[in-house]
Design a protein around this ligand. Structure first.
Ligand SMILES: [Zn+2]
Length: 180
């Protein structure tokens, strides 16, 4: 039987490869003084050409809105000299929060594909509990949101010892791990 009953998914092996590449890129921060588990990547939907990638810089920039997805959209739009990223796909190591998902919709991205979930991240840091798919569903913009993809791999960014140590210094960190 085809897996149609489980629901349609547009996720391809190429999407998975890009999540892997993004995890490797994000993991580079783990050996720095300011490790983060959050990274985002924007590629051209049809050609696959990479436009921009960035990691969370809330601590580095002292800016609570400097989430990886917002930064990547900001840098990508500046590079294109356009506020529209129609024709592009964004990957994120973690499900976009409502701020990031709303920004992705305003940017008119075609697709958003994420690794770990908001619930996964909430085990280590504070979250706003509105699923990215719900934010997209309740908007006027068409954006295909897919995930979790390679969830376990993305979760290794959170469980890395350097990351665990850093979470204890975050203002949004949890003193005690939450319930999974
Ligand atoms: Zn966010």
């Amino acid at each position: 039987m085809p897996p149609a009953a489980a629901g349609f998914t547009s996720v391809t092996t190429l999407d998975e490869e890009r999540i892997r590449e993004l995890v490797r890129f994000t993991a580079r921060t783990l050996d720095t003084g300011q490790p983060v588990p959050f990274g985002a990547l924007i590629v051209h939907t049809k050609s696959g050409e990479r436009l921009m990638r960035a990691t969370n810089a809330v601590m580095r920039e002292n800016d609570p809105s400097s989430h990886a997805e917002v930064r990547t959209v900001r840098l990508a739009s500046k590079k294109l000299k356009s506020p529209s990223l129609a024709g592009y796909t964004m990957y994120s190591t973690c499900e976009p929060c409502p701020m990031c998902m709303a920004n992705a919709l305003w940017a008119r991205l075609d697709r958003v594909i994420f690794g770990a979930t908001i619930a996964d991240a909430n085990f280590y840091c504070l979250q706003i509990h509105i699923p990215a798919k719900e934010v997209a569903r309740r908007s006027d913009m068409a954006c295909l949101v897919e995930g979790p993809v390679l969830r376990e791999l993305c979760n290794t960014l959170f469980t890395h010892p350097n990351m665990q140590k850093a979470f204890r210094t975050w203002s949004s960190g949890r003193e005690k791990p939450g319930k999974p």
